[in-house]
Design a protein around this ligand. Structure first.
Ligand SMILES: Cc1cc2nc3c(=O)[nH]c(=O)nc-3n(C[C@H](O)[C@H](O)[C@H](O)COP(=O)(O)OP(=O)(O)OC[C@H]3O[C@@H](n4cnc5c(N)ncnc54)[C@H](O)[C@@H]3O)c2cc1C
Length: 400
């Protein structure tokens, strides 16, 4: 019901990991908020699907991300408490590579600078403790971060939206926003079925930011996610999806406890990432910077089909790095995200206009920060400021 001609104080447009968190934070403060999404919460068309996302505090991407990750970890506890669901599996995580490589070196620097607990394992120690990483070359190390783990994106999104609804937020799904029109004192949010008049809009449309706000220099990118099963006779018959199942013949166990979430420098600039069987999902793996990695894509293109080019290079690498998996994936999915020229997020109001608050450009590392970003967006919407150090992500940092 419009009040004084406004349908709500705030609209959150896009209810993926970031937008659902903002909606939850605003609703739990009693704010007058409406959430809008073109799909249903927890869908598989954008960035927030695939069962798991790596969570770590040792953020290599920017030093100011560490407080955001720490705050997100606290907020995940709150989301778990309020929803009664396990959404963050604190299994620990491994960053593997040469000691001075970008992943391990960056992790050690972040740990030292921010006092984050980590444990350094030699290649031999790593192989003893985590036999599935026994093929790590001598001279490489494993940095174990006990506070790392995986967050469950779909379940977290659904939980945040459900809690927001029960705290009074209105939610419109199946509503695609086609335009945002600045009007005196607010914004008109134009959808295919009508127009909402709100005082401000938080725009968290992920990969679709490049089409909804084309003035930001964002590129939409497609990234395959692959699930593998142990090869017959090495780690199970491929038919048992239960986390932690052990094959008595080969003794190879791809459960999360023995194959925790990891990133591993695999040479030639390639980074292998993934996690063991969890919550009914097979072993999840992906590859960055190499063949089968990122490819630009029009977010409005609904073709999410996959081909051998999405996993051939990954399968080749697995044979060397993690022997024991069937090289043909049991399942492949596609994730879409937006990327910025400098690899950092975009958070804030372009041109300083408080009617529009944008958060995007996750560059495929924003899942762990979702709840902290949601809180920061709620702060910006309600008080114009956040205590998170987000200047590095300023929306106006790009040359016109
Ligand atoms: C394959 C892959 C692996 C990743 N791995 C990690 C990881 O290990 N660790 C990590 O921290 N991060 C990771 N990330 C990044 C992380 O998943 C994202 O940062 C996070 O999910 C945030 O997504 P989002 O909310 O910005 O976008 P999305 O989840 O895509 O949400 C955007 C929402 O906007 C809606 N929308 C779009 N256009 C409109 C419109 N016009 N009108 C209304 N609604 C609209 C969409 O339907 C969608 O629900 C990964 C990303 C991918 C793709």
């Amino acid at each position: 019901m419009p009040v004084n001609g406004w349908d709500a104080e705030t609209a959150v447009i896009g209810l993926g990991a970031w937008g659902s968190a903002a909606l939850w934070q605003l609703a739990r403060r009693g704010a007058d908020v409406i959430g809008v999404d073109r799909f249903a919460p927890g869908h598989a068309w954008g960035a927030s699907h695939g069962g798991s996302r790596m969570f770590r505090i040792t953020c290599l991407e920017h030093p100011d991300l560490v407080p955001l990750a720490r705050r997100s970890a606290q907020l995940w506890r709150a989301l778990e408490h309020d929803s009664g669901e396990e959404l963050f599996v604190r299994s620990g995580g491994l960053l593997i590579g040469p000691p001075d490589g970008p992943i391990t070196g960056g992790t050690l620097r972040a740990a030292e600078a921010h006092g984050i607990e980590v444990e350094i394992l030699s290649a031999d120690e790593l192989g003893e403790r985590y036999p599935l990483h026994a093929a790590v070359p001598r001279g490489h190390i494993g940095v174990r971060e006990p506070g790392a783990g995986i967050v469950r994106p779909e379940a977290s999104v659904r939980a945040a939206v459900a809690l927001a609804r029960s705290a009074g937020a209105r939610v419109l799904t199946g509503s695609r926003v086609t335009d945002l029109v600045a009007v005196p004192g607010g914004v008109e949010v134009v959808t295919a079925t009508g127009t909402l008049r709100v005082r401000r809009a938080i725009v968290t449309v992920g990969a679709w930011l490049s089409t909804l706000l084309p003035r930001l220099p964002l590129e939409t990118v497609r990234m395959p996610i692959c699930w593998f099963r142990p090869a017959t006779g090495t780690g199970g018959d491929g038919g048992d999806d239960s986390a932690g199942s052990r094959d008595s013949a080969g003794g190879k166990d791809f459960g999360l406890d023995r194959f925790p979430v990891f990133m591993r420098e695999a040479g030639g600039g390639q980074v292998l990432w993934g996690n063991g069987r969890e919550n009914g999902h097979d072993v999840k793996l992906g590859l960055e910077y190499g063949g089968g990695g990122f490819r630009p894509m029009d977010p409005e293109d609904t073709d999410r089909s996959v081909g051998a080019e999405d996993w051939t290079e990954l399968a080749r690498l697995l044979a060397v790095c993690v022997p024991g998996l069937d090289p043909v994936p049991a399942r492949v999915a596609v994730g879409l995200f937006s990327r910025t020229p400098d690899g950092q997020f975009v958070i804030g109001s372009p041109d300083g206009d408080p009617r529009l608050i944008v958060a995007g450009g996750c560059n495929a590392h924003g899942g762990k920060h979702a709840l902290g970003i949601g809180e920061a967006l709620a702060d910006l919407a309600t008080g114009g400021e956040t205590r998170m150090p987000l200047d590095f992500a300023h929306a106006d940092r790009f040359p016109a």
